[in-house]
Write a protein that binds this ligand. Structure first.
Ligand SMILES: Nc1ncnc2c1ncn2[C@@H]1O[C@H](COP(=O)(O)OP(=O)(O)OP(=O)(O)O)[C@@H](O)[C@H]1O
Length: 346
């Protein structure tokens, strides 16, 4: 659906050229929710604005829905942009227009009649849950409701692609979840391809099927969400994942474990950090460790979450038993697809 090929974006900065994008290539498939994540300044906005040519790249080609945007003239580009809706962090609503009239604006500009506009806007307001607020002004609705207006307006032109530029960054966690749930619903029901950029892994975790991680104008890692979450390859990805799956155990937990490890006259013990992703978390792996390997287990920390409907999480267990059984148990876990990290041993 979206093909970016070798995109470079160089801005003129006060201290010389700023290389915001350095040879980015990306293929986003029809019907998927694709997340782009990175720290501030990584180049995310530059990238997403390349997709509708709000930013014209210094080099490289952009193809959306089979049309090569970089070769179109102004009229061709205007037509192509109708396939691409966009929502923004600060909503960009017109304060002097009602909710209805904000959503109607792109249709008025496209020359639709009042009747056609009503037939298009009313169902959209229902879809985003704002049918009862059509006559309010932006100042009279909440941030989450404003973003719902933004979403309805973006959908008014019946686009094939929806670009989301930090659309939930100004919202509280609860409202963020409800807006993301709405985007998921739209993706499912309308089959819309959604590209969302964010600096929050929580956002990616809730909605993205696949993601790309950006750093200094380049994509440093990309893949299926569950795969990247469970087995990140790049240091930037790992550090961004700390927000949802902390790599380090809390200091008080480590302290308690040290005391347990240091207990005299006990068999060997290992503090194991297990990362579960996908189906292996349905298997009775922990009871295996007790039954098959005769280990004593003490769960010291953990969290199990969901990525794209699959269980995903980490568990820190203190396993105590004969050394060869500990070693065999670790191999058994790894064989079952669990990542095992030995944090401490005594
Ligand atoms: N119009 C511009 N002129 C000059 N430099 C720019 C311009 N727009 C962005 N930049 C620079 O390009 C780099 C990438 O910016 P971009 O906004 O794409 O990153 P980002 O990942 O979206 O960051 P943020 O989350 O802070 O918006 C930054 O160093 C930024 O300062």
């Amino acid at each position: 659906m979206i093909l970016l090929d070798n995109i470079h974006q160089t801005y003129r900065g006060p201290k010389g050229p700023v290389h915001a994008l350095r040879g980015v290539s990306l293929h986003i498939r029809a019907g998927e929710v694709f997340g782009v994540i990175g720290r501030s300044g990584a180049g995310k906005s530059s990238l997403v604005r390349t997709i509708n040519l709000l930013n014209r790249p210094s080099q490289g080609t952009v193809t959306v829905a089979g049309r090569s945007l970089t070769t179109l003239n102004a009229a061709g580009l205007r037509a192509a942009r109708r396939d691409i809706g966009m929502i923004f962090q600060h909503f960009n609503l017109l304060t002097s227009r009602t909710v209805f009239d904000n959503v109607a604006l792109p249709l008025e500009l496209a020359g639709l009649s009042r009747q056609q506009i009503q037939a298009r806007v009313n169902p959209l307001l229902e879809l985003v849950g704002l049918g009862h607020l059509a006559d309010r002004y932006p100042a009279q609705i909440s941030g989450g409701q404003k973003q719902r207006v933004g979403i309805a307006r973006a959908l008014a032109s019946q686009p094939k692609v929806l670009l989301s530029d930090e659309a939930t960054s100004a919202l509280d966690p609860e409202t963020t979840r409800s807006i993301l749930a709405l985007l998921q619903q739209i993706n499912r029901e309308l089959g819309l391809t959604i590209v969302l950029i964010t600096h929050q892994m929580q956002v990616i975790k809730q909605v993205a099927h696949r993601l790309a991680v950006m750093e200094a104008g380049e994509i440093v890692e990309q893949g299926e969400a569950l795969k990247v979450f469970s087995d990140p390859q790049n240091e930037t990805t790992r550090s961004l994942l700390d927000d949802v799956v902390p790599r380090e155990l809390p200091a008080n937990v480590l302290e308690r474990v040290r005391t347990l490890l240091g207990a005299p006259g006990q068999p060997p013990a290992s503090l194991l950090r297990l990362v579960f992703a996908g189906s292996e978390s349905d298997q009775p792996l922990l009871s295996d460790l007790v039954r098959r390997f005769g280990l004593d287990l003490n769960i010291v920390h953990g969290q199990i979450d969901e990525v794209q409907g699959h269980p995903f999480g980490t568990l820190a267990v203190l396993a105590r038993g004969a050394q060869e059984q500990l070693t065999a148990a670790v191999s058994h876990l790894r064989g079952a697809g669990v990542q095992v990290q030995e944090v401490a041993h005594a």
